[in-house]
Design a protein around this ligand. Structure first.
Ligand code: ADP
Ligand code: MG
Length: 716
């Protein structure tokens, strides 16, 4: 139920149910609730029909007032005996309701004149809410209520409660779903014999889930094992399998340069020059990637590996194969700091081997940028490193063979879409910018994405969008595990003493300042104040400051000083979260650790433990901690495995947060769960390959039914 209880009397004109809006009209002006529905992906009738209740309320029966018990949630019907505004303590509306069996008080702490009218003496009222013992006898505080007559029939089915948003009243959404369900074409699309035995037709399943008969126990529906739910999950998994197969088939028709590494070529020379040997896991993923880019079809591969597992060198080797074959390589990172780190590392590895590198970020403007852009267009710069400035309109590659995106989950959907568009459109770019180009028409570059955050979203994407996955599942040898300690902020002085000891031993330290969600401004104040505090407490220690408001050149200068060891302690906001690599740093202090997400803490912690020295991560918290807060910090102290942390994160956050992700269209499986529903997934796989072979029309129709409104996200 909506948390604020609006009067539930029938409005004089019922809210108009939305007309099916064709997607072309998406740009047109939409009314508030319709816009809110679009945000939830509710565009077509079938989208509404597939928007399923998260729970149900039973409004099919009335409880006699005399048999109410405390803490029951119940529905009663009676005649108003008294309705008065009480003003003595706080202003509130008190209503005495009586049926044949007894009397009940309804208490409204917020009310409008319209409520008073509905609840006037003599009115017959139906009210539903939780019963509790009050000062004046049994009462319901803020029940839902509506005016009825003695003849008003009770609903025959359970009332659905839909996932919604603040801008979308439940009553409006219910009406919209009802009419969407009635209009949607829900005929069976799947040929006979393809739906697993025992599962009902889709139309019946939806009818039941939206309007379950009163005999059904809501609990049975809310846990999604009911055959009606199974049918929906099956259809959803099938759509996912089909769309993935379709995307793969489409990709196989696209051309990409077949990049071969020659013996003694650039990649071989890079391996020989590295100061370390690749781990077996690195060797395996390099083999997977080189096998892919060997083929004349574009690679779409996600390289995942925990923080510090050594993804950069894998990227460098893929780049070396590409450039050795005479094609350009672009490497993009979500932040300038990270791009700069890559730049330094890759340049350090590749320039001695004769590679010219260009550097493109948002802060590089004017002449400097033009010069770089010209080098990219002429093909002189073989390696192009930067932020998303790399894919801006004025950048045209001469021969782009491979695009690498680091920390890909940090790029927004819009940027990922822009990248895809850019990669698919090489020949047009030269026309647009007028730059000379010998780009080969119709050739797409290969795409390698890297991520240290194997969050479920990424997993979902890998099943949905057409991605192959390589995983680095071991860390380079010689790393001593990071010890994580959780301290209350009262231990601050002891922590500062520890910093001094660390610095005296020649080590370096990060201090990460609290995250203030609402305000970048407060973030900055905090970081500045902490910088002053620590500089005063640690005289003679070079203390640097790094925050998001600094100019890129300033940030780069501070990072360079820290990397060179001139600064011993770096006070920073979360700008250092991804990818920063200073092996001599051995202590990481995270202040107000309770304000960070687990994935983020794990990323931050990964900034230490990069060399051979034993490293420590101190999580400072300010109490009191909620039980969830405790569980999160405990999880951090107990495990270092990024996958395990992602799993616990999900457990702790629970499904509530999931809605957020779902609403933004990021989590692409709404009903099925890849782990829980693996049996259904197997069945869907088998059916998918049969449909693709034998029933192309049913395949297209099924994917259209399930995924058309999500198409934008699927491309990303
Ligand atoms: P991430 O996967 O988090 O991007 P990096 O690529 O930044 O990790 O690597 C972390 C550190 O480990 C770097 O200093 C890198 O040079 C080093 N490294 C990578 N591979 C190896 C290896 N096989 N042996 C030793 N050190 C390695
Ligand atoms: Mg990295």
């Amino acid at each position: 139920m909506p948390s604020t209880r609006a009067p539930t009397t029938e409005p004089k004109t019922p809210p108009e149910a939305p007309k099916p809006a064709p997607s072309q009209a998406a740009g047109a002006k939409l009314s508030g609730p319709v816009r809110a529905m679009h945000k939830l992906g509710l565009v077509r009738d079938v989208d509404l029909a597939l928007h399923l209740p998260m729970r149900y309320v039973d409004e099919t029966r009335l409880t006699p007032i005399a048999s109410l018990r405390d803490f029951d949630t119940a529905q009663v019907q009676g005649v108003v005996q008294e309705c008065r505004v009480e003003t003595r303590s706080r202003r509130q509306l008190l209503v005495r309701l009586a049926d044949d069996s007894g009397e009940l008080l309804l208490r409204l702490l917020h009310f409008y004149p319209s409520h008073q009218k509905t609840l006037a003496v003599g009115q017959t009222v139906r009210a539903r809410g939780e019963v509790r013992a009050g000062f004046l006898g049994r009462e319901m505080v803020h029940p839902e209520f509506r005016a009825v007559t003695a003849e008003t029939p009770l609903p025959q089915v359970l009332t659905p409660v839909y996932p919604s948003s603040a801008q979308l009243p439940q009553a409006y959404l219910r009406k919209a779903v009802l009419s969407g369900l009635a209009r949607a074409p829900l005929h069976e699309l799947l040929p006979p014999g393809t739906v697993p035995a025992g599962l009902p037709p889709l139309r019946d399943a939806l009818q039941l889930l939206h309007h379950p008969p009163r005999e059904l126990d809501p609990a049975e529906l809310e846990d999604h094992a009911h055959p009606a739910w199974q049918r929906l999950k099956f259809d959803e998994l099938l759509a996912q399998q089909l769309s993935q197969a379709q995307a793969q088939a489409t990709r196989a028709t696209l051309a990409a340069p077949a990049l071969h590494a020659s013996p003694g070529g650039l990649a071989a020379r890079l391996i020989a020059a590295l100061p370390f040997t690749l781990t077996p896991a690195q060797q395996r993923v390099v083999a997977e990637i080189t096998a892919d880019i060997n083929r004349p079809h574009p690679m779409h591969r996600l390289l995942q590996g925990d923080v510090g597992s050594g993804k950069t060198v894998v990227a460098a080797l893929a780049a070396a194969v590409t450039m050795g074959a005479g094609w350009q390589c672009a490497l993009m990172a979500p932040t300038e700091i990270l791009a700069e780190q890559h730049f330094r590392k890759l340049v350090g590895w590749l320039e001695p081997l004769g590679i010219t590198t260009a550097w493109l970020t948002g802060s590089r403007k004017g002449r400097a940028r033009q010069a770089m852009v010209a080098q990219v267009a002429s093909g002189e710069a073989m390696l192009v490193v930067g932020t998303h400035a790399v894919i801006q309109d004025d950048v045209a590659f001469a021969r782009l063979g491979l695009a690498i995106v680091d920390e890909q989950h940090r790029f927004g959907v819009a940027q990922r879409l822009a990248l895809r568009a850019k990669l698919g459109a090489q020949p047009d770019d030269s026309a647009k910018s007028g730059a000379p180009s010998d780009g080969e028409a119709g050739i797409e570059p290969h795409l390698l994405m890297m991520s240290a955050t194997p969050i479920p979203r990424t997993l979902a994407m890998s099943y949905y969008a057409d991605l192959d996955v390589s995983t680095i599942d071991e860390l380079p040898p010689g790393r001593t595990p990071i010890l994580t300690k959780v301290f209350a902020d009262g231990k601050r002085d002891a922590v500062i003493a520890r910093i001094r000891a660390e610095v005296l031993q020649g080590r370096q330290v990060y201090w990460v300042c609290p995250l203030v969600e609402e305000s970048e401004h407060i973030d900055l104040q905090n970081a500045t104040a902490t910088h002053a505090e620590l500089s005063a407490a640690l005289p003679g220690v070079g203390v640097g400051l790094l925050h998001g408001r600094m100019k890129a050149a300033e940030k780069a200068a501070v990072m360079a000083q820290f990397t060179a060891g001139e600064l011993k302690l770096l006070v920073a906001t979360t700008v250092i979260e991804v990818g920063v690599d200073v092996p001599n740093a051995s202590l990481m202090v995270i202040e107000h650790a309770e304000r960070f997400g687990l994935a983020q803490l794990h990323q931050l912690r990964g900034r230490v433990g990069r060399g051979a020295v034993a490293s420590v991560c101190v999580l400072l918290y300010t109490g009191p901690l909620s039980p969830t807060g405790k569980a999160r910090l405990k999880a951090m102290a107990e495990t270092h495995d990024g996958f395990e942390i992602a799993r616990r994160d999900l457990d702790i956050r629970g499904p509530g947060e999931f809605m957020g992700a779902r609403q933004s269209g990021d989590a692409l499986l709404r009903f099925a769960d890849l782990a829980e529903d693996s049996a259904l997934l197997q069945q869907a796989r088998a059916v998918a390959s049969r449909l693709l072979r034998e029933h192309p029309a049913a395949t297209a129709a099924h994917v259209q039914r399930w995924l058309a409104s999500k198409a934008e996200y699927l491309k990303a």
